[in-house]
Design a protein around this ligand. Structure first.
Ligand SMILES: *Cc1c(COP(=O)(O)O)cnc(C)c1O
Length: 885
């Protein structure tokens, strides 16, 4: 048999990762050496692996610059409607490989780095994740940016440049320990600071009524410094911008008024202002009403809206008429999507700008605001819904509170007119909750202030309409929509699973990368023995590679013949890692009771971060690691069952574990997981799903056929019924001997011999106040897992189902999701704009005003074209100044 190809060789063969031209490779090598010398100021004797990473990053970045500038010039010239995605989180992960893939440079870079005697994967591993998100919501924003650029939308992401992203998780003694994520320590080659676009953001102060209108005065000012990161589309020469704001103290901060004497203290106190962008709040699906978090939410909104309005006014459309009539065009030129309620203050902030600065009348301002904003709801869990205390908002943003009250007054007047005497409805629909401390219901504010409200999977949107915001959907049924989430196939297939991506391309061509629905063509090959063999071989190779990674990093040894049964996601009671854990213990007990019985070997991998203040989630981690300690060291169990806690789950680790997974665990209580996106990544990468009828699992089953997923347990209706009759955990415990044994073991200290009481809170929760009804699904789950094992025993039949799942996963491309947002909510057309490649000089007609920078023309353009291009560029630059940014 031939020697297996090395990764290096494999990657060279993959055509969808770009063409390897000789000139291409030698240019890249030149660029690399130039950056190592001039940018890193190193020679190869003293350069570290990190230096090599930075040299490659800068080399690749050079290929973005021309396209980036040109894309932005194009937007300025053509002035399409802009789409703004406002989000407190952008969970981007690494950028180098994604850039190479989207620019078609991966193969050429592989070859160049290989010729330089270096290992490109080792270089890629040096990059820090941009961990500016908690989980699904933040990663969704990142996938959306990729799809918006790939579809050629004039889109921008606006967020915060946290100095510290999501904490790094260490497991010590089986417990989670947090470490600060100092991701910028070595510098970030992908961002460009734009100090010339710095903007003031005001806090505190008071409201003054003058003859000329309302003024917000005596405020504290913090400056917002923008940092731009390029967002390349896939092979389309489009490079959009993600603009993240960093807080800066003004130079006179604390040096006016009373503090003139204490200069040193005033300089030290600059930290107070700059703390606004210091750290990402590490809560997933949980509202913590901290003042600093409210400041973050207003900070991003205030800076972004100033920027959006500046860009609107700089456009030819905005300038053509007077400003006043110009703002009527605002919703034709601007769409703002709110990623959950976190940027909800955008609504009263835009009203404030229109009313107090632009002097528009209320009705006009409100009409424009509503037409501009749209709101995406991400959860129905009550503890996650933002309800800011009125007192806090009044102190920090007094003018905004006035505006919110006015919005509420008019909103309630309307309800009263429609439902005379229905005071309970008024209470339910008010933006202000009056029971206990007065609070602002931010979801209500978003619904009232937007023209569209969407959930993120069919079942979730139905629950939003029929339960959580029932009164609102009754009032304005057409406002409510569904936009089922998606994932970008570039990162979640091409980048993380090149073997599978290429195998698919061999069968159905390469176009599926931009049109994932074409994966249905794979159905032709479900019974093709060679294809079945190749698909299972790719999985096996991915597993071996992941095993190698764990061995290098953690000295763990995994059994490649075992089923990789994986649950990776934030640790949360509603996601029910506990149910998974009870199943592990059940398998353990079965092996112990019947050691010689045939058992399908499993490696159960669980990973995810717990919010640092979420005690129960941290205890769940400790339970899983404690169970692992017993199971993994029991000689009777041997290779049949292993339990791995995967430390520090994050985007770059997801890229490693997901392609190596056989079984994807998506087992939330029906009605609690809005969509999930991890489920989609696994499906696309050839894992089978064991899951409840929750979130997007429902649509995955619809696409693939329910018989091709392992669906078990209560449906939403069953959960509701059980709630009505009353959930009594003890009944299941008494009725199910295996459950009883498992619980007796946990309770009796079997997994915590030195501290038998360790899990008593957890046990008490499961018996007495389990909101997520773990026991109610235990029996169905364990039975379903038996079906999983039975199928896994037959590798060929397993792989056939895998192929059916991959073939059915096309719907879950974020390209599809974004097309729906564009059509139904933003009113923009994909592919409206065709950005020419940078090395094709354009003809002398209308287009040549935005000719490419000379630098990018060098390779192909004749000298004359280059001169013309340079001249045009200069002329255009003079005319435009820097407005187009
Ligand atoms: C996709 C993703 C998530 C979301 O996973 P769910 O299973 O949908 O909760 C969380 N974290 C990371 C790092 C991801 O890549």
């Amino acid at each position: 048999m031939a020697r297996p190809l090395t990764d290096q060789e494999k990657r060279k063969q993959i055509s969808i990762r770009g063409i390897v031209g000789v000139e291409n490779v030698s240019e890249l090598k030149k660029g690399f050496n130039r950056h190592l010398h001039f940018t890193l100021v190193k020679d190869r004797n003293v350069a570290t692996t990190r230096d090599y990473y930075f040299a490659l990053a800068h080399t690749v970045r050079d290929h973005l610059v021309g396209r980036w500038i040109r894309t932005q010039q194009y937007y300025y010239e053509k002035d399409p409607k802009r789409t703004y995605y406002l989000s407190l989180e952008f969970y981007m992960g690494r950028t180098l490989q994604n850039t190479m893939i989207n620019l078609g440079l991966q193969n050429a870079c592989d070859e160049a780095i290989y010729q330089l005697g270096l290992d490109i994967e080792e270089l890629e591993e040096m990059e820090e994740d941009a961990g500016l998100g908690n989980g699904g919501l933040g990663r969704l924003a990142a996938c959306f940016l990729d799809s918006m650029a790939t579809l050629g939308l004039a889109a921008y992401g606006y967020g915060i440049r946290y100095e510290y992203g999501i904490f790094n998780q260490k497991i010590k003694g089986g417990w989670q320990v947090e470490e600060a994520d100092d991701w910028l320590r070595h510098g970030n080659p992908w961002e460009k600071a734009r100090p010339e676009y710095m903007l003031p953001v005001h806090f505190y102060g008071r409201v003054e009524n003058t003859k000329t209108g309302v003024r917000w005065v005596d405020t504290q000012v913090v400056l917002a410094m923008p940092y731009d990161t390029p967002v390349p589309g896939y092979m389309n020469n489009t490079v959009n911008t993600m603009r993240l704001w960093s807080a800066r103290a003004p130079n006179d901060f604390n040096l006016r008024d009373f503090n003139v004497g204490d200069y040193i203290q005033a300089v030290l106190d600059r930290n107070l202002a700059e703390n606004i962008s210091r750290v990402l709040y590490p809560n997933d699906n949980f509202f913590e009403g901290k003042e600093l978090r409210l400041k973050q939410e207003y900070f991003v909104v205030a800076a972004s809206l100033q920027d959006i309005i500046r860009r609107f006014k700089a456009s030819r459309f905005g300038c053509r008429d007077t400003i006043r009539t110009g703002f009527d065009a605002f919703p034709d030129k601007v769409a703002i999507q709110l990623n959950d309620t976190h940027p909800a203050l955008g609504i009263p902030e835009l009203m404030r700008i229109f009313l107090d600065i632009e002097k528009l009348p209320w009705e006009k301002a409100w009409e424009i605001t509503k037409k501009t904003f749209a709101y995406t709801n991400h959860t129905v869990l009550p503890e996650a819904l933002e309800r800011w205390p009125v007192d806090l908002v009044e102190k920090l943003l007094p003018r905004h509170l006035q505006i919110i009250y006015e919005i509420n007054q008019r909103h309630l007047d309307r309800i009263s007119a429609l439902y005379p005497g229905d005071v309970d409805r008024l209470r339910r629909m008010s933006l202000i909750e009056e029971d206990g401390v007065k609070r602002i219901n931010m979801a209500h504010l978003c619904i009232v202030g937007s023209h569209a409200v969407n959930g993120v999977a069919k079942i979730h949107s139905d629950i939003v309409k029929s339960q959580v915001f029932k009164d609102f959907s009754e009032l304005e049924p057409d406002k409510f929509q569904n936009k089922t989430n998606g994932i970008t196939p570039r990162r979640w297939l091409l980048l993380c699973n090149p073997g599978l991506a290429e195998l698919i391309a061999e069968k159905i061509g390469e176009d599926y990368v931009k049109d994932l629905s074409q994966l249905t063509k794979l159905n032709k090959f479900v019974d093709d023995n060679a294809f079945i063999r190749d698909v299972s071989k790719v999985k096996e190779e991915n597993k071996l590679k992941f095993i190698q990674y764990l061995e290098n990093e953690y000295k763990m040894k995994l059994n490649p013949a075992s089923m990789f049964d994986v649950q990776v996601k934030r640790i949360h009671e509603y996601k029910r890692q506990l149910l998974n854990c009870l199943h592990i213990i059940t398998m353990y007990n079965r092996i112990k009771e019947n050691p010689h019985k045939d058992f399908v070997p499993r490696t159960v991998i669980i990973g995810g971060k717990a919010a640092p203040g979420y005690h129960m989630a941290k205890t769940i981690i400790k339970l899983i690691t404690s169970v692992g300690e017993i199971v993994n060291n029991d000689p009777v169990v041997g290779n049949k069952l292993k339990v791995i806690y995967l430390e520090n789950y994050r985007v770059s680790l997801a890229e490693k574990v997901i392609p190596a997974t056989d079984l994807s665990e998506q087992i939330s209580t029906a009605g609690t997981e809005a969509s999930g996106t991890g489920n989609m990544k696994f499906m696309l990468n050839g894992a089978l799903t064991i899951g409840t009828m929750d979130g997007a699992n429902v649509e995955m089953a619809e696409e693939a056929g329910e018989e091709n997923l392992f669906i078990f347990g209560m449906r939403v209706e069953d959960v509701a019924e059980l709630d009505k009759k009353g959930y009594h955990a003890r009944e299941y415990y008494e009725k199910l001997p295996e459950l009883k044994k498992v619980m007796d073991q946990i309770q009796g200290g079997f997994f915590s011999p030195t501290n038998p009481d360790l899990f008593k809170d957890l046990v008490n929760m499961l018996f007495n106040h389990d909101r997520f009804k773990v026991f109610a699904d235990f029996e169905a789950y364990v039975k379903c897992q038996e079906r999983v094992s039975a199928l896994y025993k037959n590798p060929k039949e397993w792989t056939k189902v895998v192929i059916k799942n991959i073939a059915a996963s096309g719907k879950f491309s974020s390209d599809r999701t974004i097309k729906e947002y564009a059509r139904d909510i933003w009113g923009v057309e994909p592919s409206d704009l065709k950005i020419p490649p940078p090395n094709e000089p354009r003809d002398t007609a209308e287009d040549n005003k935005a000719a490419a920078p000379a630098e990018d023309n060098k390779a192909a353009a004749p000298a004359e074209d280059r001169k013309a291009a340079a001249k045009d560029n200069l002329a255009l630059a003079g005319k435009m100044s820097t407005k187009h940014l």
